[in-house]
Design a protein around this ligand. Structure first.
Ligand code: HEC
Ligand code: HEC
Length: 420
């Protein structure tokens, strides 16, 4: 080895030493800094409870302070903006299926006496529901709150099908899992569309040339259009594909979440702080869908009369065959909620104000009703009048800013669109 060589090597070594020491020092400094931050809590964001406590000292009209609190709550709960629903692997939301499902949804040909369609109870003019306390089935006529006739009064309130794509369970008692599975039930239910048999349904649809075309393009491997693609699973796939497009994604709330401060009134921002904080609503109505995919008992009484007992509907108890499920119902999503009164599984509450009073009292139990398994998260809230009003206003910020789906001009059967 020559002298300059070993000199170079020594220089290289000391350079390496300097770098290593530097790196170690920096690591120590950074580590120390993060420990300091953790210990003194400078970087830890405030929790929802801390923010709710701070809210008590904020003046009603101090808009910037309320916005800061609301944004703090979104951050502490790690609320994300809405994403598209997940399509099942065998039903990817192909446009041809969505179009077919759309027409089937409005076509009374699916019902036994050809008078009723899904839209008879889930109508675009009424938030994809019917505005009635309880649905009106077989023998009914018309749409929405005007639906009457000698129709059979169903056991429960008609939920909106908006955003049902985001729910892991369907029906108030959660007895169906997927939209495909759900769609079968009203078609063959004797109280609803009362279609007598699968054979009859398929025969009817196969006799309609337009349906042969539509099913072939949605499900066919060839273009034979011989009706062989018209099957029960494909009918339900098409309907479900259409329903998965019925999503409320643009509301004043969503715009606020995306960063637009000017979308909510100051009252709505305050209401949001109540919703997450003192009101405890977001514990079950979790954004972005404002539901949690599970069931709970809030202790809804059978009517609003004084002293009325717990509603007699067993709900989830009938699904799990266990008494502790009695009175448990699915937490409904709250998007568009101001447009789908009356409320709850039995439709007894007519306004959001009544609902807020019910929760403020501590649900059924808080009102002195004997409730079998009321959820512990439903307890007295001690909200003042302003907070109650703000909470209602916030729920109105969940209304869709887009128009509902249009009613088709005609359906392939040639029957009256939507039914009688
Ligand atoms: C006669 C009125 C009526 C008709 C017709 C009807 N539904 Fe319903 N729908 C209801 C009622 C009432 C419920 C709630 C029943 C329950 O929870 O036990 C419901 C529940 C649902 C749900 C579950 C929503 C949720 O949030 O849990 C979906 C989805 C649905 N219907 C879709 C359809 C489709 C698709 C059709 C046509 C094939 C249809 N409905 C026909 C009244 C009706
Ligand atoms: C323990 C979970 C839980 C909590 C906490 C909770 N909810 Fe609910 N919410 C439910 C369930 C379950 C239902 C359906 C009850 C029924 O039909 O019997 C419901 C129903 C509703 C409805 C009726 C929706 C419809 O379409 O019929 C509204 C509105 C509502 N809740 C708002 C609120 C507000 C506001 C708060 C806070 C003050 C709140 N909820 C707190 C679980 C909860």
């Amino acid at each position: 080895m020559s002298a300059p060589d070993s000199q170079n090597k020594r220089a290289g070594l000391s350079a390496k030493l300097v770098i290593s020491v530097g790196v170690i020092l920096m690591a120590l400094l950074f580590g120390g800094y993060s420990i300091v931050l953790r210990v003194w809590g400078k970087s830890a964001p405030p929790t929802t409870e801390e923010l709710a406590a701070r809210a008590r000292a904020v003046a009603l009209e101090d808009r910037p302070a309320w916005i800061e609190l609301a944004r703090g709550m979104l951050a502490s709960e790690n609320i994300q903006p809405l994403a598209a629903p997940i399509e099942p692997i065998n039903n990817r939301g192909e446009a041809s299926r969505v179009e077919l499902g759309y027409l089937l949804f409005f076509d009374p040909v699916l019902s036994g006496d050809k008078t009723m369609s899904c839209a008879s109870c889930h109508h675009p003019d009424y938030g994809m529901a019917d505005g009635l306390p309880k649905g009106i089935g077989l023998g009914g006529s018309g749409f929405g709150p005007h639906r009457a006739g000698k129709g059979k009064v169903l056991q429960r309130n008609t939920p909106s099908v908006f955003n049902s794509a985001f729910s892991p369970i369907q029906f108030w008692d959660g007895r169906a899992g997927t939209l495909e599975e759900q769609a079968l039930i009203p078609i063959f239910s004797e109280e609803e569309m009362n279609q007598p048999s699968v054979a009859e349904l398929l025969k009817r649809l196969r006799a309609i040339p337009r349906y042969r075309e539509l099913f072939a393009s949605a499900f066919g491997f060839n273009s034979k259009q011989d009706g062989s693609e018209i099957s029960l699973p494909n009918i339900t796939r098409a309907i479900a594909a259409f329903e998965r497009k019925l999503n409320i994604v643009d509301t004043a709330y969503d715009r606020f979440v995306k960063g637009q401060d000017d979308q909510l009134t100051t009252g709505q921002v305050r209401g949001m702080v109540v919703f997450f904080g003192q009101g405890q609503c977001a514990v079950c109505h979790i954004p972005p869908h404002f539901q949690d995919g599970v069931l709970a008992s809030t202790g809804v009484p059978v009517s609003l009369e004084k002293g009325a007992p717990l509603d007699t509907d067993p709900g989830f108890a009938n699904v799990i065959r266990r008494r502790d499920g009695f009175g448990q119902f699915k937490t409904p999503g709250l998007r568009n909620v101001s447009r789908t009164a009356p409320y709850m599984h039995n439709g007894i509450f007519n306004t959001l104000e009544e609902i807020v009073e019910f929760y403020n009292d501590g649900g059924g139990r808080g009102r002195g009703i004997e409730v079998i398994s009321q959820d512990s998260k439903v307890a007295k809230l001690n909200l003042d009048e302003q907070q109650k009003k703000d909470l209602v206003d916030f729920m109105k910020a969940l209304d869709s800013l887009e128009p509902p789906p249009a009613v088709p001009n005609s359906v392939p059967s040639g029957l009256p669109v939507g039914g009688k």
